[in-house]
Design a protein. Structure first.
Length: 152
């Protein structure tokens, strides 16, 4: 088995900048989202439900990357604020559709563009449109490589 210096490993050299970029993006977005009166998970739910007729809880969990147990509490709090409603799914008593109320849609039309407009200049400053396409492809490939490992 070959022994090598991990500090010179080209694959590991991208790990720290990748994590630091994620942290910087998250921190900036987190401050802005909280300033708009939401938590990041609440924003995520509103962003996914905005402009559509709703999703089942399973679909929403997959779309938001939130655990089902966490999602229930988030939905409860957003429902209490009058931002979304639960509706039974016809022909499936176990399923529930979650959709934004008119108040929730108004909030979505306010907060989603505001967040996108905050973040866009940082990406435009650092990356060309072509680099964004390439980077997205690379990150998806990296994600899928890791998922293959964890699903085995």
């Amino acid at each position: 088995m070959e022994v090598f210096d991990l500090k010179d490993d080209p694959y590991l050299k991208i790990l720290r900048p990748l994590v630091e970029a994620y942290q910087a993006i998250f921190q900036m977005g987190d401050r802005h989202i909280r300033a708009m009166g939401l938590t990041p998970p609440q924003f995520d739910v509103i962003a996914e439900l905005g402009g559509i007729q709703g999703m089942t809880c399973v679909e929403l969990s997959q779309a938001t990357l939130l655990a089902k147990a966490s999602l229930t509490g988030i939905i409860d709090r957003l429902e209490a604020k009058g931002l979304l409603v639960r509706q039974a799914v016809l022909h499936d008593r176990r399923a529930t559709t979650i959709r934004l109320t008119k108040k929730g849609e108004v909030l979505y039309r306010k907060v989603f563009p505001a967040q996108a407009n905050l973040m866009r200049p940082y990406f435009e400053q650092a990356l060309t449109k072509q680099e964004i396409v390439i980077m997205k492809d690379m990150l998806v490939r990296l994600r899928e490589s890791c998922r293959k490992e964890t699903s085995s």
